[in-house]
Design a protein around this ligand. Sequence first.
Ligand SMILES: Cc1cc2nc3c(=O)[nH]c(=O)nc-3n(C[C@H](O)[C@H](O)[C@H](O)COP(=O)(O)OP(=O)(O)OC[C@H]3O[C@@H](n4cnc5c(N)ncnc54)[C@H](O)[C@@H]3O)c2cc1C
Length: 289
Amino acid sequence: MSPETTVTFHTPSTLDEAFALLKEHGDDARVIAGGTALVVMMKQSLVVVDHLVSLASIPGLVGIDVREGAVHIGALTRHRDVETSPIVREHLPFLSDVYGRVATVRIRNSATVGGGLAHADPSQDPPAALMVLDARVRLVSPRGEREVAVAEMFRDYYETVLRSDELIAEVIVPIPSATARTAYLKFLPRNEDDYATVAVAALAEVANGTVQKLRVTLIAAGPTPVRAEAVEAALEGQSPTAEAIRAAADLVADAVDPMDDFRGAPDYKRDMAVVFTRRALERVLLAQG
Ligand SMILES: Cc1cc2nc3c(=O)[nH]c(=O)nc-3n(C[C@H](O)[C@H](O)[C@H](O)COP(=O)(O)OP(=O)(O)OC[C@H]3O[C@@H](n4cnc5c(N)ncnc54)[C@H](O)[C@@H]3O)c2cc1C
């Protein structure tokens, strides 16, 4: 796309029409949802295409409902609608909170759940929460559909496992046990609506003084969201003492690989990853019996 070229904006009304357009135009086309990420990338010439295929007129991609112990969120659902949904607030208040921590209301009113995941910027907040909740995405293509765990979908900076003809149709979030505790700590030394310098999501279940289940994920800490499996393994089956938590949090230093940028040097971010992991663990593990 040169500055003089006109971009053709397609508005298919079915998934099949969208697939046909994507097939016809190949690398010269991209799907667009809220446009908050894609338009910026096009303006910076990081994405150069002549055809945009909007998903906005395709029925069945927006909405939130509960089925078989999970909350289903359509890919075209806006961040702000996840944040304010009574269903999400009832069953997944943690997720409502994390979507409410993304950027500004103005961005959240446009940005979609599927667009956010497909964009795959490792500084985005929602993947951290979705990963500790063991969420999955349902992908559709002309060949059929498949489900992929959110924890398995990121490959590298801005890269996912989505094949070129696949779209995200919905995100499926299992409702955690009533005793699970969650925390999301976003380190924002600059201003409240910035991307995180580093952020940590944690989910824990403790029974009889022992950690039964622990999930810890960091964002802005490497080329993809980072699941801190060593931290989880160090505490699962153990009594969550302050000392055990401190030792486990230290393990995150080897799991992260932060980028050097204007939010800080890698060593500083690594130290902050340890500090915020410890605080998140204290919040989900020490406050319960
Ligand atoms: C100023 C600003 C501040 C921000 N701050 C934050 C922040 O603090 N935290 C945070 O988490 N995020 C932040 N973001 C990022 C924001 O969350 C993303 O821009 C947004 O989620 C992208 O969603 P979208 O619907 O606008 O996607 P689009 O821009 O429409 O698309 C993004 C990418 O996803 C693809 N795509 C879209 N929908 C689908 C689909 N259903 N299936 C397959 N591929 C699809 C597109 O082809 C494109 O490659 C910020 C963005 C801006 C512009």
